[in-house]
Design a protein around this ligand. Structure first.
Ligand SMILES: Nc1ncnc2c1ncn2[C@@H]1O[C@H](COP(=O)(O)OP(=O)(O)OP(=O)(O)O)[C@@H](O)[C@H]1O
Length: 259
């Protein structure tokens, strides 16, 4: 179970901006309030889609949840572990794919994944079994021994996912996993996510591709201007758009912007 409760995060800005030129209500004196009151939850067997326009605060929220950043206020619980009080314990439960691939270019795909498995303290037999399983599932076998700096975007992304989940985490958080991928590579990743759902692993992913949400998600959270503006089931979201998920998204964003 993942429970995110009233997260807030501001970033310091090097220069104070001129108040008359501020374009974003989140900008203050020497800071930018990237996340301001974000809440949602995702149970075992559920997939939650995190949506929002560019700059809404999705990546910041996911980095807070994955303990890469510390919130200013609020917290989250990962399988009952408080990410603020016990970040190390929380981190062990989480598989996190960030926007940057984080692969070592001179290592092969398999070497990268094995390296991160060893960092997680996995014993060799379990690590090899897990790598075999992931390389099969992500259709990476043919490329396992290729250096990652010679791989295509899709192959790199699959390796990054394998790297993120090698330790068999209890929850999975993916930041724009299908961004920039061709249809075939995206399908492999969507199938992987569907399998996590079948295995009762709570999974959260951010995306701009609404058809992925339509196909895969049980719950939807929309962030706009750093704040949660929708948090409910995918069915309830569709209804907001009279059955159309695109209209639902635009309606939720426009409603908030008008307010
Ligand atoms: N380290 C930082 N310092 C200052 N501002 C930041 C920092 N990180 C993010 N921001 C700002 O916070 C806001 C939210 O950024 P974030 O990357 O979380 O948005 P996003 O919803 O993931 O956007 P996108 O869909 O474009 O990836 C943006 O305006 C961004 O410029």
């Amino acid at each position: 179970m993942i429970e995110v409760k009233n997260l807030f995060k501001r970033f310091r800005q090097a220069k104070k901006s001129d108040p008359s030129r501020r374009r974003d209500a989140r900008e203050g004196d020497g800071y930018f309030q990237a996340v301001r009151d974000v809440s949602f939850h995702c149970a075992p067997g559920e997939v939650l889609g995190l949506l929002g326009p560019n700059g809404a605060g999705k990546t910041t929220t996911l980095r807070l949840l994955a303990t890469a950043l510390k919130p200013d206020q609020g917290t989250a619980f990962v399988n009952g572990v408080d990410i603020v009080a016990e970040p190390m314990q929380a981190r062990r439960q989480i598989g996190f794919l960030s926007g940057t691939t984080g692969l070592y270019g001179r290592l092969t795909g398999r070497e990268n994944v094995e390296y991160f498995g060893r960092l997680h303290g996995m014993d060799e037999a379990r690590l090899q079994r897990r790598c075999d399983e992931l390389f099969e599932q992500l259709q990476l076998h043919d490329f396992a021994h290729k250096r990652t700096d010679e791989m295509s975007t899709g192959m790199k992304q699959k390796c990054s996912i394998a790297r993120a989940v090698v330790h068999d985490p209890k929850v999975i958080i993916l930041d724009e996993p299908t961004s920039g991928l061709d249809v075939m590579a995206a399908k492999v990743l969507l199938d992987f996510m569907a399998d996590c759902k079948r295995r009762q692993i709570p999974l959260i992913f951010s995306t701009h591709h609404l058809h992925e949400v339509d196909k895969l998600c049980d719950r939807v959270c929309v962030i706009n201007g750093g704040t949660t503006v929708f948090n409910d089931t995918t069915g309830a979201f569709r209804q907001r758009g009279g059955g159309d998920i695109f209209d639902a998204f635009i309606g939720v964003i426009n409603e908030r912007s008008a307010a």
